[in-house]
Design a protein around this ligand. Structure first.
Ligand SMILES: N[C@@H](CCC(=O)N[C@@H](CS)C(=O)NCC(=O)O)C(=O)O
Length: 235
């Protein structure tokens, strides 16, 4: 267990993919934390009080015994060092750890960027601004999103049950939370991708009830015809 005495203070919002990944990891590993939901729709993250905590004005971030850390990947690695968690989450073995790092580095640009941008341009910004989406941008993001999801199906999951080998790791939590995001804008990456679908089910089974809990709000939006009739008061 951590040498530090205080519990983690966790700033998050559940429509944020990396926030969900962190919440699932904290809950699953029974790491005590004080939850601080940051109301993005109300611009709470832009207020001086939050800026004083995270100058980047984004979620997630944590504060642990006065040590503030941003960036979900850095936070997950920190938690794996500071708390007693099973080795498979971020293996100490150099080669196994390198495989986890390989996915985490890859996913920022090739998975997270297009999936998040598709969600943002097709669903989120029209909701916020009341203006129709820029179709050319939506189409561009759609194509990149399909390429990213195909790479998960055909390369990352080609011959192994989890993204980085035979065991679940922080890569799987981060990856699964990204894959969930475009469902809110009407695109389900598991359709037509059997390996990805099986892997998502495997990850959910491993992490429930915490996985389902973190995705309650997202599932409600995804269910209602791409969220058209769901308000974003909690965003
Ligand atoms: N690379 C960061 C991404 C953080 C990020 O982009 N957070 C988004 C939500 S997913 C946010 O807070 N956006 C608010 C804004 O940009 O105004 C991480 O992985 O933690």
């Amino acid at each position: 267990m951590s040498a530090r005495q205080s519990v983690v203070t966790f700033y998050y919002h559940l429509l944020s993919q990396p926030s969900r990944a962190l919440k699932i990891f904290l809950d699953h590993n029974q790491i005590k934390y004080i939850p601080k939901e940051v109301q993005l729709a109300q611009g709470e993250h832009l207020q001086p009080e939050f800026e004083a905590i995270n100058p980047f004005k984004k979620v997630p971030c944590i504060s642990h015994d006065g040590f503030v850390l941003t960036e979900s990947v850095a936070i997950l690695r920190y938690l794996c060092r500071e708390f007693i968690v099973a080795d498979h989450w971020y293996p100490k073995d150099s080669l196994l750890q390198a495989r986890v790092d390989e996915f985490i580095e890859w996913q920022h640009i090739e998975l997270r960027a297009p999936l998040a941008m598709y969600f943002r341009t097709k669903f989120l910004m029209p909701k916020i601004t009341g203006k129709p989406p820029n179709q050319a941008t939506v189409d561009k993001m759609y194509k990149l999103m399909v390429v990213g999801c195909d790479k998960v199906e055909n390369i990352w999951l080609k011959d192994k049950p989890y993204l980085c080998g035979n065991n679940i790791s922080i890569a799987d939590i981060l990856g699964a939370c990204e894959i969930e995001q475009p469902r809110m804008s009407g695109y389900d990456p598991t359709e037509g991708r059997p390996k990805l679908k099986e892997w998502m089910n495997r990850v959910k089974t491993d992490l429930d009830p915490h996985y389902a809990d973190a995705h309650t709000y997202l599932n409600a939006i995804a269910k209602k015809s791409s969220g058209e009739s769901v308000g974003l008061s909690k965003l």
